[in-house]
Design a protein around this ligand. Structure first.
Ligand code: ADP
Length: 727
């Protein structure tokens, strides 16, 4: 890079900073701490069942831009009740106003607090919507625009620019001398290392956690504890470690029943866009080596009977926002994409195993098929909106509400599986008490619907493509990027509404440590949707909160997070990700887990044995010691020793309660409050993961547990780090 170029860049950056100052950004001005809450009833219907979730709604470009459409619908809902509801607003700094909406009339009564504490009633004939819009404009005028550093946005840039423009926020394409509110990274948290405040759109460790091997491991741990709840992930074996288990199991199954002929899909770890993927019917067809190196990856049960539309296999790309880790907040985009194969589907046979256009739904592969249909319509072509597909299924009589609620459950459970390790990364990169940004992230869930409509998780992408152009063959063999209205429709909505949710002016301040006992679960999604658009010019949010909304239904699953909380507590030095032998001993001592039949010498042997086998297996081998996955294994072992007569889940719950009671109130406050074992205990624990297609196949997970008595079952090798980037 020439000096001249650097100089120009610096000058440009300066002028950006200056521009911002020139444009009358009043840094003294107080950014409102919370949005003006709309006049909505505080007694929103609380979701008690994921199935009560509203369906993805079709949003055409036209309807999305209609101001206040959602508000109107809500207002009339409220109006039909014919009673009075109240909400409170900090409308000015002097007085405190309380607004009463007279249901059925659209009228608002305002009461203003006097310095003496009395309320004075002000009558107003303005309807609620006008009021809200006026307030919105006033506030939007007062607030300085939210600043977004887009210098590292890479291929998301186009969609991001459109979103920022729609929000009337301020973009810093070359970065900024002073801090921005939001930093948009194209790949990883570490794209820019010098951020000490604001919010970054990536979590540390997400890339590593969502690689195929780690995702499989994380889900497997959950399958061991909750086999029924986690039966949405195809049985997977980790390569090369579990090659032997894989071959033995397949041979056993085939010997038992010669008519069973399962197919498997082999995926390289960290691969994306279908790269290096192939199907096999016999373990001997596995290509285990690249030169002299063993290939890292997973071999997975192939779903042989997917749901077809127009005889084609398709999968769903769903966008999921993790708004915060602690407390856990998950949003799902109501609109997603479906990607279609370009060759009619047939069940796998030796003849068609290599037909990628028949078996793999990846856009990046199928776009090169002569049959790929580019279409500007959302309901035709090889890439369509999710809502268009769901409406089509609904027209055929499919219970799409059920499908949608199963999808929500799959998403929440998957996030719960990866959160424990993410928390370890998070505290290592952004130790509590040290200045640093907070994080959020959009993930891309790839989901297949089986013929029986059961959703199956294929993978989760840490960097889903946010391109709003697609590759098109403009001349034979010549590909160009051309605008894709379908992508734009979906992706701009997801980015814009993610930004709206992350707006620092709106953010609810929540303590890093989670909920206090008795503290209310954050507000319902309906309330949030309404509070986002101050000016009334933006469509309602396309992102729907699913967690903590469905807290009650899913929180009992967060057992490994409680183990992670113990692990983090004993890590000691800030920034650590691994437990040293002394810290492990301290954990055992503090929790009073040793005794005459489990001496400290045995503790040391346990530590050495497990740590040695896991060394290199954890994605981040920055230091030596025991990583979380190894600690979880040690914990399961300790639980099995101590509570022999119980089933695994009860063993783990019992040991957790024991440890937490020794440690006092600091550990897992949120978890203890919500993860009460009452839900976890009564269920019968099955030792076998239910099989999706071939009930005869058993997962390596129970084998691992069976081997837990001598906790020596796998040897893991270090893997190279590659992001599953779809850019
Ligand atoms: P990549 O990250 O390379 O896209 P995926 O895991 O998404 O890898 O797999 C690529 C494609 O293969 C998927 O989009 C899907 O069409 C197909 N596929 C993956 N796993 C399975 C499976 N277990 N059963 C059936 N099809 C699968």
């Amino acid at each position: 890079m020439s000096d001249q170029y650097v100089k120009v860049q610096v000058e440009q950056m300066k002028s950006f900073g200056e521009d911002e100052e020139k444009e009358g950004v009043d840094t003294e001005e107080q950014v409102p701490g919370s949005s003006p809450s709309a006049s909505v009833s505080p007694d929103h219907p609380t979701g008690t069942d994921a199935s009560s979730t509203s369906l993805p709604c079709k949003q055409t470009g036209k309807s999305r831009s209609k101001p206040g459409r959602e508000d109107k619908r809500h207002t009339s809902d409220v109006a039909s009740q014919g009673s009075v509801v109240s909400s409170e607003k900090n409308l000015n700094r002097l007085g405190y106003e309380r607004t009463l909406q007279v249901k059925g009339t659209g009228k608002i009564l305002q009461r203003k607090s006097e310095p003496n504490g009395n309320y004075v009633t002000i009558h107003t004939s303005k309807n609620i919507e006008e009021m809200r819009r006026e307030e919105g404009f006033k506030l939007a005028k007062k607030r300085r625009p939210v600043t977004v550093d887009t210098s590292k946005a890479k291929t998301s840039l186009e969609a991001l620019k459109i979103s920022i423009k729609q929000l009337k926020w301020k973009e810093f394409p070359l970065g900024r001398r002073t801090a921005c509110d939001i930093y948009w990274h194209g790949v990883s948290f570490h794209d820019n290392e010098n951020i000490v405040s604001g919010q970054v759109n990536k979590f540390p460790g997400m890339i590593e956690m969502l690689r195929k091997i780690n995702l499989s491991r994380a889900v497997r741990t959950m399958q061991e504890l909750f086999p029924e709840e986690y039966d949405f992930y195809p049985r997977s074996w980790i390569l090369p470690e579990e090659y032997q288990q894989f071959t033995t199991q397949i041979h056993m199954v085939k010997e038992k029943d010669a008519t069973v002929n399962p197919t498997f899909i082999v995926k390289p770890d960290g691969g994306s866009q279908g790269d290096g993927i192939y199907l096999i019917r016999d373990p001997s067809d596995l290509k285990l080596m690249t030169g002299s190196q063993a290939k890292q990856g997973v071999v997975q049960e192939y779903i042989q009977k997917p749901l077809l539309i127009d005889k084609l296999k398709f999968d769903i790309r769903l966008y999921v926002l993790i708004k915060s880790l602690e407390p856990l907040e998950i949003y799902i985009a109501k609109e997603g994409l479906t990607r279609f194969c370009t060759e009619p589907y047939q069940e796998p046979s030796q003849k068609n195993l290599s037909h990628v256009f028949m078996h793999l739904t990846n856009y990046s592969l199928n776009v090169h098929s002569g049959n790929f249909v580019h279409s500007d319509s959302q309901s035709t072509g090889s890439k369509r909106t999710l809502s268009s597909v769901l409406y089509r299924l609904a027209a055929k009589g499919v219970d799409i509400k059920r499908v949608w609620s199963d999808i929500i459950a799959l998403v929440i459970k998957t996030v719960i599986a990866v959160v424990p390790e993410l928390r370890v990364y998070y505290q290592a990169d952004i130790p509590p008490g040290k200045p640093g940004p907070t994080c959020f992230q959009i993930l891309g869930f790839d989901i297949l619907l089986m013929k029986n409509l059961k959703p199956v998780l294929l993978e989760v992408n840490s960097n889903p493509s946010m391109r709003i152009e697609h590759e098109q063959e403009v001349a034979p063999g010549v590909f160009e990027y051309v605008p894709s209205p379908v992508d734009e429709e979906v992706k701009v909505g997801v980015i814009r509404d993610t930004l709206r949710l992350m707006d620092p002016g709106h953010k609810k301040t929540t303590r890093a440590g989670g909920f206090e006992q008795g503290e209310e679960i954050p507000m319902e999604e309906e309330t949030q949707e309404k509070s986002q658009d101050e000016t009334g010019t933006l469509p309602s949010l396309c992102l729907k909160q699913v967690y903590p909304k469905y807290f009650k239904q899913f929180n009992y699953l967060r057992l490994v997070e409680r183990i992670a909380a113990l692990f983090i507590r004993f890590l000691g030095v800030k920034g650590n990700m691994r437990l040293g032998p002394t810290a492990f001993r301290t954990f055992i001592r503090t929790c009073k887990l040793s005794g005459s039949n489990f001496t400290m010498a045995s503790v040391d042997i346990l530590y050495i044995d497990i740590t040695r086998r896991w060394s290199g297996a954890t994605p981040d081998s920055r230091e030596a010691g025991m990583g979380l996955q190894a600690f979880v294994e040690a914990f399961f072992y300790l639980a099995a020793r101590r509570f022999k007569s119980l089933a695994l889940r009860e063993q783990v719950v019992s040991l957790l309660e024991l440890c937490e009671s020794q440690l006092g109130p600091q550990s897992g406050v949120e978890e203890r409050r919500s993860l009460s074992c009452s839900r976890a205990l009564p269920r019968t624990v099955k030792t076998q993961t239910p099989c999706l297609a071939n009930p005869q196949l058993s997962s390596p997970a129970p084998l691992r547990r069976a081997a837990s008595q001598d906790y020596r079952h796998q040897r893991f090798k270090p893997r190279s780090l590659r992001a599953n980037v779809e850019n």
